[in-house]
Design a protein around this ligand. Structure first.
Ligand code: GAP
Length: 459
């Protein structure tokens, strides 16, 4: 783990010109989106009804991989630490929370309508603020109006005032409103954090780029509460930790950048924020924001709820409102980045081999059991190997098609290892294990298959 306060040599100063270390690759986008659909990672939602714009369903492989992304985050942020606890707060939330957080007043985008072609646009995204990009007419826009991005609905059977509820636009507020509960029930004291993974909803005006920006998405957020005087050190600490998380899971260094916000980009309550950015096929895009939020959130909720949200330090006999460092990441967006970074094509025996070089932690299946042929004679041993592996690893079983094609199918979905049961296996009680990346094969006794796979996956 990074020592608190360690220097951050790779962090440029706000406003510095950043060198694009990697370059955009527009073709990669279509290749990965096609693979996702073809192999069951991500499907457009409600496709049999013609689709439902910018919503997606995570298929058999995507649901496994998304779970792996979230598990990897939880392991690093909660399981391997003794200063972070978890939370799973409700998605439906009362207006008071969003009043206090500022979302009711400020979580808006400026919208303009074209009076000629009746299309609606985000004013801040227009190349020319006077010209409609849909019909090309100039001077046809209405005055900009603030469009709130929160989804509002009604709770209970009675329509009207008092029944309004919101789908949370971020998981963060659940952590702030539970601060007192958690202090009282866990006896944690600053520095400590609350972590949460879950769905958030934003009525984005311009969703797009596959699962990069959607109206329903998953976040992985940590609110880390610290004594005010230590906030700068912890901010640097979390920049380091979060950068390393992506690198450790296989994002190449030249596709990752930390981008500090310039002064005029900072939220009014934040003294420092940096984004973790990834080189998507269209250019750099945010994966995560790490912010020093000061005491803004706890103070706002204290005031609005009329509850003291502070910490009493028995050692010094002092009461204070902790400051908050918030690493806020997107799970669905990170999954997309991991897929983009892992996609590779190479020529093997005059044919293109597509291989997802996913980190084993993220790969949907860790291992596939492939009997050499469909013949009845191989099946009992192959199923025995499958049964031995299943309790330990997500394992796929496939006996269709020629073995070479089955290897390629596993390469394409990122399965790190394939175990082949052949006719010799019936004699020598051994199997062949093939490595996805090197395509090397080794012969090992059936009795060693679980320990061999465990060893190979952890290398
Ligand atoms: N609590 C702070 C917060 O929510 P944010 O930068 O708005 O900060 C954090 O969101 C992360 O959530 C983003 O870096 C991104 O990965 C993800 N995210 C935000 N909006 C998203 C959207 N519409 N679709 C997919 N992911 C989104």
């Amino acid at each position: 783990m990074t020592a608190v306060g360690e220097l951050v040599p790779w962090l440029p100063h706000a406003g510095d010109t950043l060198l694009a270390m990697s370059t955009p690759d527009p073709e990669l986008f279509d290749k990965v989106v096609n693979l996702c659909k073809r192999r069951g990672f991500v499907y457009p939602s409600a496709e049999i009804y013609g689709g439902f714009r910018s919503t997606y369903d995570y298929g058999p492989l995507g649901s496994l991989m998304l779970r792996n992304v979230k598990d990897a985050w939880w392991r690093s942020m909660v399981q391997l630490r003794d200063d972070v606890v978890g939370l799973d707060a409700s998605i439906l939330s009362p207006p008071q929370i969003w009043e206090a957080s500022g979302h009711l007043a400020n979580f808006t985008d400026p919208l303009v309508d074209c009076t000629n072609c009746k299309t609606r646009h985000r004013q801040d995204n227009l190349d020319d603020p006077d010209t409609c990009p849909s019909c090309g007419k100039t001077g046809t826009f209405t005055e900009a109006r603030a469009f709130n991005l929160m989804f509002k609905t009604q709770a209970g059977p009675v329509e009207g005032a008092g029944a309004d509820v919101y789908l949370r636009p971020e998981t963060a507020q659940g952590m702030f409103v539970n601060f007192k509960n958690i202090i009282n029930t866990t006896r944690k004291k600053p520095p400590f954090g609350i972590a949460q993974i879950g769905k958030s909803f934003r009525n984005e005006i311009t969703p797009g780029n596959f699962v990069f920006r959607t109206r329903e998405f998953e976040q992985m957020e940590l609110e880390f509460f610290v004594p005010p005087e230590d906030a700068d050190e912890w901010y640097k600490y979390w920049l380091n930790e979060r950068r390393n998380w992506y690198l450790d899971l296989g994002i190449p260094e030249d596709m990752l950048m930390m981008r500090p916000h310039a002064e005029d980009e900072l939220s009014h309550y934040s003294s420092a924020t940096a984004d973790v950015e990834f080189m998507f096929p269209w250019g750099w895009g945010e994966l995560e924001g790490i912010a020093n939020r000061g005491d803004f959130d706890l103070k706002q909720h204290s005031e609005h709820a009329n509850e003291k949200l502070e910490f009493f330090d028995q050692a010094t006999n002092e009461r204070y409102v902790p400051h908050v460092i918030e690493p806020a990441a997107g799970a669905t967006r990170s999954m997309m980045a991991f897929l983009m970074a892992a996609y590779d094509e190479e020529i093997v025996n005059d044919e293109t081999r597509t291989v997802l070089r996913l980190h084993p932690t993220l790969a949907p299946y860790k291992v596939a059991v492939l009997p050499l042929s469909k013949k009845e004679t191989l099946r009992p041993l192959a199923r025995e190997v499958l049964a031995a592996l299943q309790p330990h690893f997500m394992t796929e079983y496939d006996e269709t098609q020629a073995i070479g094609r089955r290897y390629r199918r596993q390469d394409e979905i990122g399965t790190p290892l394939c175990v082949t049961v052949d006719f010799d296996s019936l004699e020598d009680n051994a199997v062949t294990v093939r490595d996805r990346d090197s395509m090397e094969q080794v012969r090992i006794p059936v009795a060693d298959v679980v320990s061999h796979v465990a060893g190979a996956l952890s290398r």
